[in-house]
Design a protein around this ligand. Sequence first.
Ligand code: PMP
Length: 462
Amino acid sequence: MTPPRNSTAARDIAYALHPYTDHKAHLQNGPLVINRGKGVRVYDDQGKEYIESVAGLWCASLGFDNERLVQAAAAQMRKLPFYHAFTAKSHEPLVDLSEMLIERAPAPMSKVFFANSGSEANDSAIKMIWYMNNAIGRPEKKKIIARLKGYHGITLAAASLTGLPANHKLFDLPLPGFHHVSTPHHYHNARPGESEEDFATRLAEEVEAKILAEGPETVAAFWAEPIMGAGGVILPPATYFPKIQAVLRKYDVLFVVDEVICGFWRTGNYWGSQTLGIQPDILVCAKALSASYLPISAVLVSETVFQGIAEGSSSIGTWGHGFTYSGHPVPAAVAIETLKIYDEADIGGHVRRVGPYMQQALRERFAGHPLVGEVRGTGLIAGVELVEDKAAARNFDPSRKVGARLSKLGEKHGVIMRAMTNDSMGFSPPLIITEAEIDEMLDRVGRALDELAVELRRESLA
Ligand code: PMP
């Protein structure tokens, strides 16, 4: 349907180049224009209401109308709308937020560096590690091991960490020195009869073999999301990370945890690291750090990493890295207010109540559905994977775009959903969602799923 002339949709087609969009299709179909939000809901330019089952991009943790965050931004803009942190300049929001993050870290951390996005934070962490190893006289220790289906962003280095084909060969990536090991997804990748425990042991052995094959003196860091998000909401076996952590310690390889999705109560603990048993040396966070009302991300580093970076000033030259907006006072003030709200509103207690409710409801409603292969998740993050053959755990041919079709049907039924690899639907609603809203959301998802099943049955008969 062609949008009316001069409408927002028509002008979008005329002028906007979108992230992650099929632009050929977009020229025909145009955008879904969202123009306001309230609680867990957003409204399009026609006034139609949707429940946001993914909180935007896993990020609008406090929903779409939090007045305290608006006031925090306005107050900071009146007081000091911009200042930077280069050459030892500072300001109160930067210091307060750094202190709050260090106090809340899942393992002893020493210092905080700010950036604007998850990608920039991951790039910054890579550069910290490379700079540190140059500074302390081991310039050969630079390689990084990440995982297939991991997602760490799209800048050149962060996209190299990412383990999804669409982010690699189409862009001449990954850069040299980035390696990828297996995805810890028991459902698809375990051998016949292999227990979760044996699967975890085998994957930890794979990491060790990789380190030994490359040479431990050349491997600097291992990178992981506690629960893979964009790769399809993939939870590893319970002992997977502790086993890997032991391997990394043996070879002096840093553990960098990417908490961009899992941080700030998403998994039922403050950090995904706590849910999955990780003791990070470096922690990257973003998204729910500011409830996504303004862009800000952070890299927390251990004292050892900080000492290595500090060493550089005298051994190799000043730490030449930072963004104009590193620690920008306005997003920092919003992040401070966000962290206060998490504490004061006991968002953790709330997630621990409604998270199990959502998990159970998802399983009760969808695990037996003919199109659903696996329902997985914990806290307020879940994946529902669509399959063509339930018994064989076989996905649909990607060219059929079954997940994208379900998202489209979801829009019709009033729920915004997100389809990822293997037609896995990601659920990550605002952390403030209630049990009644979860029911309403899943009613709508169910209607979309049933409609999809009817369509697919019709196609297979045709
Ligand atoms: N890491 C993870 C785990 C993410 O999910 C994302 C974004 N979805 C990123 C990094 C990149 O963040 P950004 O899009 O802000 O660059």
